[in-house]
Design a protein around this ligand. Structure first.
Ligand code: NDP
Length: 367
């Protein structure tokens, strides 16, 4: 069973998480088992994985740039099978997320973030978590949205793209993060196109955002062919964009990733993974599972949702800062970014599945 280390020390925060793909799970299971034991075949790991109860599997220490300030948290693995990260499996996934929430509460964690898909399962309703828990839960989506909009403005400056002259497409626009990005760029972009499957929700959102040219996408593929900038924040994978304007900027903030990057010609478009932050003071895991579970092209990169819990802990805010769909405002994005910057937590450098971009706006730890 993964995870054997003392869990009695005081904790400032927790992250409820899951794995993005089986390729992460297999080496991790091999790493935590005794090297002398016979390797478990991958199909057996796949079968057993969903039966593991959620539990803390490593500690996270995050260092602020403020002198002598560091916090310590738990990573609680939900053991959601990576191939069942779909709302179709909501019932079984909700049970695991609820067990993980109880685990955070037992560890007496003041504030915990619902990383990646764990908040999507709740569809923005934190009250679906078990009643009576002392731990405060946040979706982490406000800092994620803040990182997306900040990094996109940096990317536009770097690539000489004028947002006020650009056509922006948001895929997953009616979601918690998508609607926050739509609200933010509403009066900044020349044209805004909103995409999601449910037309009624799209229509309701577009009526709210009536101040500039907003259009609903009939087809993501067709809209992508006309967009200068694409933000992908859908709870979907494998979205194919066969025709993209040369020079377009694509931010994929999905976890797992939304866009099928293999179908893009990266010599002509600028793809980066958004919603990610950079911890200037550094962070570490104990035991150190970074290589197998949480590996990026540069050290000290982490998800916005993970970092939101750390920022709240640094600021002693024991509160459910991001409460679910439709509550993220530009003011809240400014607030959490200001707190984050105080501790040296800033948008991550630009990178994608091929590695870091060769050019960066500035040294990201100079923000
Ligand atoms: P929500 O569930 O609130 O919203 C998801 C959105 O995606 C909805 O608009 C939904 O609308 C749309 N959608 C789903 N499937 C499709 C599809 N096939 N094509 C187009 N649109 C689709 O999710 P969140 O806003 O909470 O999260 C969005 C993404 O961001 C997820 O991938 C999540 O894991 C990721 N995330 C990343 C974080 C980070 O730190 N980088 C932190 C938190 C989340 P409809 O159902 O009508 O299609």
């Amino acid at each position: 069973m993964p995870g054997t280390y003392p869990t009695t020390e005081k904790s400032d925060f927790a992250v409820l998480g899951h794995q993005e793909c089986w390729e992460n799970v297999y080496p991790f299971i091999h790493q935590v088992r005794d090297a002398k034991l016979r390797a478990i075949p991958e199909e057996d790991i796949k079968y057993l994985f969903p039966y593991f109860p959620p539990r803390s599997i490593f500690r996270i220490t995050v260092h602020s740039i403020q002198p002598d300030k560091q916090i310590c948290g738990h990573y609680i693995e939900t053991f959601l099978p990576p191939d069942r990260l779909d709302t179709v499996f909501s019932k079984e996934n909700l049970r695991k997320v609820s067990e993980a929430a109880i685990c955070a509460d037992k560890l007496q964690v003041p504030v915990a973030t619902l990383g990646g898909f764990t908040s999507i399962i709740l569809e923005g309703q934190l009250n679906l978590l078990p009643a009576g828990l002392q731990t405060q839960f946040t979706t982490g989506n406000t800092l994620t949205a803040a990182f997306i909009v900040q990094s996109l403005q940096d990317a536009c400056a770097l690539l000489h793209k004028d947002i006020s002259q650009s056509h922006l497409l948001i895929i997953g626009a009616t979601g918690d993060i998508g609607s926050a990005c739509a609200g933010y760029f509403l009066e900044k972009a020349a044209k805004l196109t909103l995409a999601a499957r449910n037309r009624r929700r799209l229509y309701e959102l577009s009526t709210k955002l009536s101040k500039c040219t907003v259009q609903l996408a009939d087809s993501v593929e067709e809209s992508a062919a006309e967009a200068d900038i694409i933000i992908a924040v859908a709870s979907a994978t494998n979205v194919k964009l066969p025709h993209v304007k040369p020079g377009a900027i694509i931010v994929d903030a999905g976890f797992p990733k939304n866009i099928d990057a293999t179908a893009l010609d990266l010599r002509n478009v600028h793809l980066y993974f958004g919603g990610m932050g950079y911890v200037s003071g550094g962070y570490s895991f104990s035991p150190d599972y970074k290589q197998t579970l949480y590996h990026f092209p540069e050290d000290n990169i982490a998800h916005g949702c993970v970092l939101e819990a750390a920022v709240l802990a640094f600021e002693n805010k024991r509160e459910s800062f991001s409460q679910g769909r439709g509550h993220i405002t530009s003011e809240k994005m400014d607030q959490i970014s200001t707190w984050a910057r105080k501790h040296g937590i800033v948008p991550a450098p630009f990178y994608n599945h091929q590695g870091l971009w060769q050019i960066q706006t500035k040294r990201y730890d100079d923000n």
